[in-house]
Design a protein around this ligand. Sequence first.
Ligand code: ADP
Ligand code: ZN
Length: 676
Amino acid sequence: MAEKETKNSVGNNIPKGNKKNPGGAKFTPKFNPIYIYGILLLAFFAINYYTNSGTPVETSWQEVKNTMLKNGDIAKIVVVNKSQSDIFLKEGSYEKYKSKLDQGFGSPAKVGPHFFFTIGSVDVFEKNLESAQAEFGDNAKVTLTYETRVNYFSEVMGWLLFPLIMLAIWFWFYRRMSKGGGGGGNIFNVGKSQAKIFDKESRVSTTFKEVAGLAEAKQEIEEIVEFLKNPDRYTKLGGKIPKGALLVGPPGTGKTLLAKAVAGEADVPFFSMSGSDFVEMFVGVGASRVRDLFKQAKEKAPCIVFIDEIDAIGRARGRNPNMGSNDERENTLNQLLTEMDGFDTNSGVIILGATNRADILDRALMRAGRFDRQIHVELPDVIDRKEIFLVHLRPLTLSEDVNVNFLAKQTPGFSGADIANVCNEAALIAARKQKTKVEKQDFLDAVDRIVGGLEKKNKIITADEKAIIAYHEAGHATVSWLLEHAHPLVKVTIVPRGKALGAAWYLPEERQITTREQMLDEVCATLGGRAAETVVFSKISSGAQNDLEKVTKTAYSMICYFGMSDKVGNVSYYDSSGQSDYSFNKPYSEKTAELIDAEIKELIDIAFSRAKDILIKNAEGHKQLAELLLEREVIFTEDMEHIFGPRPWGKKKEEDNPLKEDDTQPTSLESEITKV
Ligand code: ADP
Ligand code: ZN
């Protein structure tokens, strides 16, 4: 498992031991005015407690009248706030009541008041007292006074309580929102940038060696490193160093990794921040953070500022004017634009941005002089995938049957992050099975798991349902097997996984353009499931919903985006800028809309009847396949070949494959690794 650790540290953004202290500065507990308030409050409580020590003991009128007044023990009665009577005993009588008065810590002071009782109304009390005095005579003579007493403590607390609670809530929110970033969660640092700084002490150790594939992107970005290392070489000739570069590509393709590699190789401080770190609920905070970030960066120049997910702030302005909350983001973006204009080109600050949605970014952000360069980082092709595998296989202990070419071929459409994940999962699966080496099967399981989700072996499925699922999946497999342009099948399963009850898995070919025939065959194969249900059971089920959704989308894009319908013509209503002004109105007339609907329906209908024809013609094979599925739950290409014979067009495709080397031989990782 030691290997796992090293692998993870590659994926981890922050070098170990640097987590707590991203600024690299020594942590000293800052003196904070908030402490003073705390101390004052404590003092207030303390004073209040000690001055008020000793409270009178509660008693009742009966007791007062029948014991104290009768025996002439009372010196004075003070009516406080018209609601309470405090009783002061005569000095000589104090001893008599000592047992009652002894309340331990809170006993009344010797000077009194010693007892109190609550009165309903002053009038009644006075009348009662008079009659008692008439009854007991001289004994019951007392001094009666009235007093209005204000309890400052509770008065003040009453006034303060609400603001205090508000303050506490506010404070708590601030804490939550500033997420303990650069400001250390301090309420007074909200406007400071939350950037993580990696400089001399806290090295970024990522190098370009760890970034596999991405040859073009790497070349572009290596040039930026050159700029920072030898600016003179470029400025001498009168050239200007670019201010920024935007890394654009789908998630997980290594944009962050590239940026980190720049920092690691360039030997300059690296500020890393995510676009969403700028966004705060409070007005003006984002802009102030941008300002602060650039101020810090200029102090540390030459340096690199990396803003991940820049679309969080860089989204085009002026969209959705009905949503007022955009104002704050716009201010932040404006500040960013101003800052990028504001500093001198040769000041040595280079800004890298990363996004997977370059299309929604504000155009002002992309014009020359800001992010002059756009570097596209695409999903890796089979050769790049092989290289990425080699990077991530390095820390694993591999069995001989693992072949890196095979793995690269099995993972079309996977991003670098997916591949890293496959390697990690495979190691975990192998460890769970107590293996000493990671085997080929572990990798296949990992791929399955990442593509399809967790197996749900104990989902309850009735025998009838199972038959429907088996025929449905066998339908997909049969149709796709017998269509020239459909993707080659890898396996069919009726083991429920994630949300799906069964699945036919294909190996998509690496291709840059897709022809009409290929798309039609795809649609036909996708309809194979529903077609099988119709042909075999003459009943249809809800199980095809996912298929139908896919088919509808493909058909729609064929007609509306790729201009593949003769009747609609060579038009494309796709808006690649993502900034369409007709988001609510279709850019075509009602008549065209009807035509599009009709064309979609026709396309799908034709494909459906083709699928049905294939299934009827190959009913025997379809049945065999479904029964095999019911028996074994998983079947592979070999079983398909067994039933239908080899696909005649399979051979040709194999020859086009860029990784022609034999992929059944074990990979000698040593020799492969030295190549990268
Ligand atoms: P994003 O493009 O979303 O910023 P990241 O750079 O965060 O993607 O990539 C996530 C992880 O995927 C990386 O930490 C790395 O382990 C792996 N990875 C992605 N692309 C590559 C690549 N080209 N070479 C090696 N590893 C990669
Ligand atoms: Zn299906």
